[in-house]
Design a protein around this ligand. Structure first.
Ligand SMILES: Cc1cc2nc3c(=O)[nH]c(=O)nc-3n(C[C@H](O)[C@H](O)[C@H](O)COP(=O)(O)OP(=O)(O)OC[C@H]3O[C@@H](n4cnc5c(N)ncnc54)[C@H](O)[C@@H]3O)c2cc1C
Length: 485
């Protein structure tokens, strides 16, 4: 049997690759990770989750300061924002977290890290700087990159993507955001709150396409109240410039002849992601791939069974927590030969706009597509005492139940929905009964009480149904009423 220098080789030092490297090394497998840039951390740390959430927080603080009067405080007159200083803070946060992702730390765990461009030579060997690295198993974890859409004239104007937006120093007076998905919406709201006039152009007929329309509409109304212009069902046809201004010609998807021009000082592209497979020479390893990614089975194996694909590159769920989850499954398959499989039915996610939009399991769109019968129970944030105290009453929680009142999914739009959704992730993952959730005494006053309340409604509806009510009425009427109107 062939012997290999390493038990496991990993290509890509982002969320998936780093999780796999740390795990495999700690299990004692001889592990090497190869990263093409000069630092570890990948998109999430450098151009994704971390900088976006840091920017969002700064923008939220500024928004609160601008609303001081609604909290009974004097109105503040806010000076213009210096984007450079804001981005300095973004950089500081990245650097602090980067410390955790240093090659030295991985070396101390037992994983070797090398930097440089790499490509497969065959199904066990990759080449790096002319040297061959042979491993028994490989995990491809090269992530994804922003799609630059084929729009006439786009190449002739400066545009931003997630790879450049966080290094900007000058706040644009007007920002055009092309794409109304999570990335576009988070950036749009942050820049609008910092002082840019933002226009979003979205091809689909709603923002946040995969989410339920009622959720998307609630978010849209908040954005519009904050001054963000949103054009849905709108196609970008052409880009021109006039001096420093960018002119985007758009038209309704349904009527391309009816053009209009959106003018901006900067253009942010958030029109989707494409897998980073281009420079890997996957064909030399015999690994199949498509423009959507490197397909993998439930054990995360590609068509070549000792080569695994984790994270954004496999085209499944483009989230950091999914990349980490998949890496754990792939490494136990590769190293421990435990046939663990992914279960994407229990994957939740959140869009970190204000209010946040979080989801787990079935929403209405997915339930209809799956042909499921469902009923909905909702509870508004404005019924929650803590939400009132916080001045965060926008939004609602919506749960979907099957005909036996089994939980199918939970959708939330509201303050801290990304935190609150975990109660529902646990409920679905652990098969927790809604009666348990409704019966669990929640701490008062917390936003979490909204979960207890919505779960309790199922039983309240049954308990206080017409039949029970008439029986109780009969029973207590025997003693007479304490008060009769
Ligand atoms: C603006 C933005 C905000 C986001 N916010 C969130 C969020 O809040 N929550 C969330 O869960 N997800 C978020 N995401 C998604 C998240 O960043 C990705 O899902 C996650 O980074 C995927 O991890 P990965 O390991 O697959 O890829 P990455 O983390 O990108 O890592 C891939 C690594 O592979 C390297 N690489 C590429 N090609 C090669 C090669 N040929 N050889 C060697 N190395 C290579 C890259 O340099 C990179 O370091 C966000 C994304 C963006 C763009």
């Amino acid at each position: 049997m062939a012997s290999f220098e390493y038990d496991l080789g990993i290509i890509g030092g982002g969320a998936a690759g780093l999780t796999a490297a740390a795990g495999a090394a700690q299990f004692g497998a001889k592990t090497i990770l190869v990263e093409k840039s000069t630092r570890l951390g990948g998109d999430c740390l450098h151009y994704g989750c971390v900088p976006s959430k840091t920017l969002i927080r700064t923008a939220a603080v500024w928004n609160l300061a601008g609303r001081s009067k609604t909290f009974g405080l004097p109105a503040l007159s806010l000076p213009p924002v210096d984007l450079g200083t804001v981005m300095d803070r973004v950089r500081e946060v990245i650097e602090k977290i980067q410390h955790h992702d240093s090659p030295e730390r991985f070396c101390s765990l037992g994983a070797e890290v090398r930097f440089g461009r790499t490509a497969f030579a065959d199904d066990h060997v990759v080449e790096l700087d002319g040297k061959r690295i042979a491993a028994k198993n490989w995990i491809v974890a090269t992530g994804s990159a922003p799609v630059v859409p084929p729009i006439e004239g786009l190449a002739s104007v400066p545009y931003w993507t997630n790879e450049t937006v966080f290094s900007q120093r000058i706040l644009p007076g007007r920002l055009i955001v092309l794409g109304g998905g999570p990335i576009g919406l988070e950036i749009a709201q942050a820049f609008a709150r910092l002082g840019s006039k933002v226009t979003i152009v979205e091809f689909m007929d709603q923002i946040l396409g995969p989410e339920d329309t009622d959720m998307a509409e609630l978010l849209r109304s908040r954005f519009e109240a904050e001054g963000v212009k949103i054009h849905t069902g709108t196609k970008a046809l052409k880009v021109d410039s006039k001096g420093a201004a960018i002119l985007l010609t758009v038209a309704p998807v349904a009527n391309e002849g009816q053009t209009a021009i959106v003018e901006g000082d900067a253009l942010f592209l958030s029109t989707g992601r494409k897998p980073n497979t281009g420079d890997l020479a996957l064909e030399r390893a015999g690994v199949a791939f498509t423009p959507q990614g490197t397909p993998a089975d439930a054990r995360l194996r590609t068509n070549i069974s000792h080569i695994y694909a984790c994270g954004d590159v496999n085209g499944q769920f483009p989230f950091t927590h999914v990349a980490g989850y998949e890496a754990g499954i792939a490494l136990t398959n590769a190293i421990l030969h435990l046939p663990r499989k992914v279960d994407y039915g229990r994957i939740g996610w959140c869009t970190y706009t204000d209010p946040e939009v979080a989801s787990i399991g079935f929403n209405e769109k997915r339930a209809r597509k799956a042909g499921l019968d469902y009923r909905i129970i909702e509870e508004a944030f404005e019924e929650n005492d803590r939400a009132r105290a916080e001045g965060e009453t926008a939004g609602k929680i919506k749960i979907l139940l099957d005909k036996n009142d089994k939980l199918l999914g939970c959708q939330m739009i509201g303050a801290h929905a990304g935190e609150l959704i975990h109660e529902w992730i646990i409920a679905l993952t652990g098969g927790v009964k809604l009666s348990t959730m409704a019966g669990a005494v929640h701490v008062y006053p917390t936003l979490s009480e909204i979960s207890k309340r919505v779960a309790g409604r199922i039983f309240a509806d049954k308990l206080f149904g017409d039949r029970t009510k008439s029986i109780l009425k009969l029973l207590f009427n025997l003693k007479g009423r304490a008060c009769n109107p």
